[in-house]
Write a new protein. Structure first.
Length: 264
């Protein structure tokens, strides 16, 4: 006696789980005849040809590898540069205040939605404080991360100090581990890029730039291109980092200052 058994329900469950024949045909890839069945859940499979399953297997392996990659990066570099502006940043919460900002948002959204490994592109977001450069960069990063790519958002000053910290006796990671992690990130955001760095910082920047050539990079900065490329070294550094780059200059009033002004 099993009081829990309900034949009516069992029958219903069976109907629900029976896959339905939805199509028949010849596979383009292997040339075999197949029948395609679909479950109520939407999941479908082919009987007679394994091409689809092999494809799905490959996709799963790729996703797994990407997640592993992100785990390794997180071990060394967590999202420590997140601040109040970027913590809750998303495209939904970026409200353009003029046409220029609306355009910038569209470009960033397009960049995020078309992100893939075959077409390496970079973005340079310029403009003065409080126009939402970091907000937009973080929105891109979150969307790209949702696609299982490995990502890193870091403030430039902080990145250099991370390098410096590898000299500490009890540092959790070595300089070369840090370098390796940076080199293998699918999308790297250098937030608040400036040129106010020491010789040590500059030499590290060259190393970092070298490891990011031909990869996806986003740079946010409140400096103009002229200010970023004052010296020969800076010009060289910048041209290494910024190949295949779309430049966006944000215009408008500093929205972080608005509340401030109202108080006076
Ligand atoms: Zn096939």
């Amino acid at each position: 006696m099993n009081g829990l058994f309900n034949p009516k329900l069992a029958n219903k469950l069976e109907q629900k789980t029976q896959p339905k024949l939805i199509s028949e045909g010849k596979c383009d890839k292997c040339g075999r005849d197949y029948e395609e069945y679909q479950f109520k859940s939407g999941y479908s499979y082919r009987l007679g040809c394994d091409c689809k399953m092999i494809e799905q297997g490959k996709e799963m392996t790729k996703n797994f590898k990407q997640r592993q990659n992100q785990k390794e990066i997180n071990k060394i570099l967590s999202f420590s540069s997140e601040n109040e502006e970027t913590k809750n940043a998303s495209f939904e919460t970026y409200i353009p205040e003029n046409e220029n900002q609306a355009k910038a948002k569209v470009i960033c959204e397009r960049y995020a939605s078309s992100f893939n490994q075959d077409n390496k592109q970079s973005l340079l977001l310029q403009g003065s404080f409080g126009l939402g450069k970091s907000h937009l960069a973080m929105s891109v990063l979150k969307e790209v991360k949702d696609k299982n790519y490995s990502v890193l958002f870091i403030n430039l000053t902080e990145l250099i100090s991370k390098f410096r910290s590898t000299f500490d006796k009890d540092s959790q990671f070595t300089e070369s581990e840090l370098e390796k992690a940076i080199g293998q990130v699918d999308l790297m955001v250098f937030d608040d890029f400036g040129m106010n760095v020491t010789d040590y910082g500059m030499s590290k920047l060259f190393q970092i730039a070298e490891s990011r050539v031909g990869k996806h990079n986003i740079i946010t900065t409140n400096l103009s291109l002229k200010e970023l490329t004052k010296t020969k070294d800076q010009q060289r550094l910048f041209s290494r980092l910024m190949s295949n780059t779309t430049g966006i200059t944000l215009e408008g009033d500093d929205h972080r200052m608005k509340g401030f002004r109202n108080l006076t």
